[in-house]
Design a protein around this ligand. Sequence first.
Ligand code: ADP
Ligand code: MG
Length: 695
Amino acid sequence: MSRVGIDDPITALRGIGPRWAAELAGKGVFSVGDLLACLPFRYEDRRRPRPLAEARAGEELTAFGQILSARLIRTRGRGMEILTVLLDDGTGALPLVFFNRGYLAQWMTPGTRLVVHGTPRLTGRKAELHSPDFDLVRAGEDPAEALGWLPVYEKLGPLTPKRMRAAIRTALAGLDEAPDPFPPALLAPYRFPGRLEALRAVHRPPPETDAAELAESRTPAHRRLAFEEFFLLELGLALRRFRRRAERRSGGYAIDDALRARLAALLPFELTLAQRRVVAEIEEDLRAPWPMNRLLMGDVGSGKTVVAALAMLAAAENGWQAALMAPTEILAQQHAASLQRLLLPAGQRVELLTAGLPAPLQREARERIASGRSRIVVGTHALFSESTAFARLGLVVIDEQHRFGVEQRADLAAKGTHPDTLVMSATPIPRTLAMVTYGDLDVSILDEKPPGRRPIRTVVRLHDQRDGVMDGVRRALAEHRRIFVVRPAVEEGSTGLKAAEEGLREYAARFPEAPVALVHGRMKPAERQRNLERFAAGEVRILVATTVIEVGIDVREASVIVVEDADRFGLAQLHQLRGRVGRGDIKSYCVLLASGEAGPEALARLKVLEETDDGFQVAEQDLRMRGPGELAGTAQSGLPSFRMADLVRHQDLLLAAREAAFRLVDERGEAGVPRALHEEALRRHGDRLRLAEVG
Ligand code: ADP
Ligand code: MG
């Protein structure tokens, strides 16, 4: 048996040559260790062979026996090869039949021992096992190897599932003991098996392994490997934060009780508990000698803007400029207006800078920003255009951060010297997911709504209840309500234009008493704006939309939203849509109308929204039901993919791994991280995190 090391190239394995290696490289598999990181996606229980005397047609079985006889025939005409082997285990015998695999005859000779698995079928009056799965048990080999948990692999490039099994078996058999790069003290609290032992156990689970734990990848071996994978990512993130914290800001903030009191006096209300917690987290960042890098997540209306305003004012009072960047012109205007309302008593003028402003006004705004006279600035992309220069940019707030690319964020940050950065997202995602997608950002969560909000009543209706829903729309119109109707794109990739236009016609015909208008993504901005304004003014009573209304529409009088074919949307997206109503004082309703294709599972998913209006809970459910890739807000942010860890099943391990990785770096610094771990973290995540080797 030739020995291999875990870091050896994959070609070190017998049977894998340069051609396959090249194909495997395309799948990200270069080393023996990479191959071993491809875990079985399920296991078959082959621990208990059935006596052949009990073999019945139609009943799946595993059997272990010896070949009594073997006969290979070639049919005339079509030239088919049929190999029939009689397997005997002392209790009885069962014919095995293989088609067009004559070459097997050289191994399937009398006396050879076989473990087989399959479902016998009736041929004539006798049971036969056709084309079974088999393992040869060579002389001197223990059948227990083949009688156990059988790992089942996904095909990987040129490696069929069966070849995968063989390649991994070869690798495990030849694997040299290698030192475990994880310091024992780090792993001590978890009682994990060692690294090699864990790798062996996930590929060839010992017979006593718990079936339920195996089915859910919860064996100690699986958990050890998942922890390891999470840990290496979190270590990369911790290193990145460590390096960033070495960038000292040019000056610090003084935040004292006097300033706090002045800020508090500005607000016409008490902060919620969650807001107070977040404000304290931000204050601590502002006082720290390194720049803040914080993500603030909270549902629409949870009071993020208020928190940002306090931070911006603290910056301004400390002699810095603060800039808030919004993804659209409308949002920038709304932010500027509400900040101005809030900050006027503090004597702060809010500067608005967008591309939509007349050129002379833009020029004047830029002059005030460049001279430092404007301390609080709100705008769109125009903020980071080349012609905008800040005198002393100290704080950057980015709203709806997932709509901006990383590059654009970096552009704005480059206008200051390591400014503090606060990114805000109204698309809550579970904390665990935030940790891996925006992992090196510190995360603050506003999970409490300001008091006095009336909950939105959400109801799920079946497709055949559509007429009833339309009656409801008529009653709502009679109550002088304003109504959003959302129709999804039916065809993949289309903008939903057709669906929305049909919707417009249908609603206009059904409700002649109510003016109806349309907004969609292909519309000229001016026309869209005009329709929105007419809706806001009450001239239009029903606004039919594609999902463009997801972000940035604030019509307080809208109190009903009907989402058609709601099952075509993700829960998080529906939750966002629902947030378009309930902004005023009127009791609001959200009707989720299922499509004709919605099955019980889809309906169960929609019901989640009936039960909770907390965006974090909705996202948590969405994660569980649809997996991390589908969650709104993660796709654009580049969710790393994991081979061995599962973001849903191993959430607890992610938290533990993050804690351990950040503690290691905080306590010992970059130089104190064991070399092997440091290298491994950079090798895996260096590119993604833009980490380069130092020194
Ligand atoms: P977000 O930015 O998260 O959508 P905002 O900060 O715009 O939320 O707040 C939404 C509304 O709630 C605003 O009208 C704001 O004045 C109000 N608000 C915010 N915090 C509170 C609070 N603690 N008590 C009462 N009203 C609040
Ligand atoms: Mg907001």
